[in-house]
Ligand binder design. Structure first.
Ligand code: ZN
Length: 461
């Protein structure tokens, strides 16, 4: 795709013209690069496909040359290179995730922000090889369709005799278990985690939990990594044919462990106002790929906004949040809001979320929490500035799952920008093909400009 080639072509060109207040401009500028940057503009290195058909804004020249080192395209390229260096992913708890947080923190502190890195620990789970259960005395009724590993179970390859242990919730129920047994218990009474712990303590090599009669095969969970033995859910009809003492061979491979990631927070130094307008974007990708639209586009836009506001003489009091582990359940943003004290929470006047703002076939959407004046104002500001960008957007609901939800639940007015996930907007959603060439850089830039203006508008209220 021409657009993408164009941006890739920029590789190796380093320079910008914008003079950032917090940064020592000298470190950035060089006449040669300025000439190169301007000649590129002349060559019409325009945005990628389906970019908004808006006339290029008056600061287009400054935009493009500045893009060479800062700005949306440069940040997207940097995130792609990070993924390239780290097995093609920036998923939470991976080296690519850590490198993304390092990049963001480095850019923000270089721009002069007070940067805080908030450590987040979370349970990490991945199935590496599907489970197999073999009977020494014939096939397992239902085969693989009758077994399901519990989320966060350990893997393993074990063989042992079946022994029933009631529901596996009391010492009396597990007293009959022997070392190396495959414990078989019924659902109910206590948590799967407790059943797993008790079976392990009693010496079992694996635990099978039988469903109730008529139960579908459920996605059960231990809640977090725990017992060091494999724990699997078994359909009721399959469990009932197993006989005490018959030997089973069980194998599956998983990665189940506690991992760490970081929220990266940035405050403008010495900003006096006690009222803080926040803007945020999650920094992790889905495990399958580099996550350049989801959510490299939001990160690139938020970084661009932060660097541009740093250049202002009297920057508004804003805080930027780059959230960890959003793809695993809004973990970073939830922890951030939970850790806010009452007065800190009250000081946050609004939260603006950027998640997927560069979809290749964009469906621009503005969403805001209902009935909050500040949220309604943000929504109006976003729609107005999008119109100025020549972009018509629809108004969507704020109920959809992204990092604005923990803020909304805490009573903080929220709004956000979104350009669509899945077909037709982004067929590469959560897939390996969500790379740099999947991002609509022009739309991302327009969304960044829109969000910046709305943020300044709400912060100056
Ligand atoms: Zn996302």
């Amino acid at each position: 795709m021409a657009g993408a080639d164009c941006s890739v072509g920029l590789n190796g060109v380093v320079l910008g013209v914008a003079r950032l207040k917090f940064m020592s401009a000298g470190a950035l500028l060089g006449p040669l690069a300025l000439v190169i940057a301007l000649s590129l503009v002349g060559a019409g290195c325009a945005e990628t496909q389906e970019a908004p058909s808006r006339p290029r804004s008056s600061d287009a020249a400054e935009h493009s040359s500045r893009e060479a080192i800062t700005g949306v395209a440069a940040h997207l390229r940097a995130l792609q290179e990070i993924a390239n260096r780290h097995d093609g992913t920036r998923a939470a708890g991976t080296p690519g995730d850590r490198a993304s947080a390092d990049y963001i923190a480095e850019r923000l502190s270089r721009a002069g922000y007070d940067v805080t890195r908030q450590r987040i620990r979370f349970p990490y789970y991945r199935i590496l090889q599907a489970p197999k259960i073999q009977r020494t005395s014939g096939a397992l009724p239902g085969g693989r369709r009758s077994i399901r590993p519990l989320q966060f179970t350990r893997g393993g390859s074990v063989e042992g005799p079946v022994r029933r242990a009631g529901r596996g919730c009391t010492d009396a129920e597990t007293a009959g278990l022997r070392r190396g047994d495959v414990a078989l218990v019924r659902r109910g009474e206590c948590t799967f985690l407790e059943k797993g712990r008790r079976a392990q303590t009693a010496g079992a090599a694996a635990l099978l939990v039988a469903g109730h009669p008529g139960d579908p095969l459920i996605d059960a969970t231990l809640g977090r990594p725990g017992p060091a033995i494999p724990v699997l859910f078994l359909a009721h009809d399959t469990a009932k044919v197993l006989t005490t003492g018959e030997r089973l061979r069980i194998s599956l491979r998983t990665r189940s462990e506690m991992r760490a990631s970081e929220n990266v927070l940035a405050d403008a130094p010495a900003a006096t106002s006690r009222r803080i307008a926040m803007l945020g974007a999650h920094l992790d990708s889905a495990p399958a790929g580099a996550g350049l639209n989801d959510n490299g586009s939001g990160v690139a836009a938020a970084l661009d906004i932060a660097e541009r506001l740093a250049a202002e003489d009297n920057p508004p009091r804003v805080r930027f949040g780059f959230w960890a582990a959003e793809e695993l359940g809004l973990i970073g943003s939830r922890r951030y809001v939970e850790r806010l004290g009452r007065s800190e929470r009250r000081a946050v006047t609004s939260y603006l979320n950027l998640d997927m703002v560069g979809s290749p076939h964009p469906r621009p959407t503005v969403y805001a929490s209902d009935s909050k004046p500040a949220a309604a104002r943000l929504e109006r500001l976003l729609l107005r500035h999008l119109r100025k960008e020549g972009i018509s957007a629809r108004v969507g609901s704020a109920s959809k799952g992204s990092d604005h939800l923990p803020f909304a639940r805490a009573g903080i007015p929220v709004a956000g920008l979104f350009t669509g996930a899945g077909r037709p907007a982004d067929p590469c959603y959560h897939r390996r093909c969500d790379t740099l060439s999947n991002v609509n850089v022009g739309m991302t830039r327009a969304m960044a400009d829109t969000a910046r203006r709305a943020l300044v508008g709400i912060a100056r209220d």
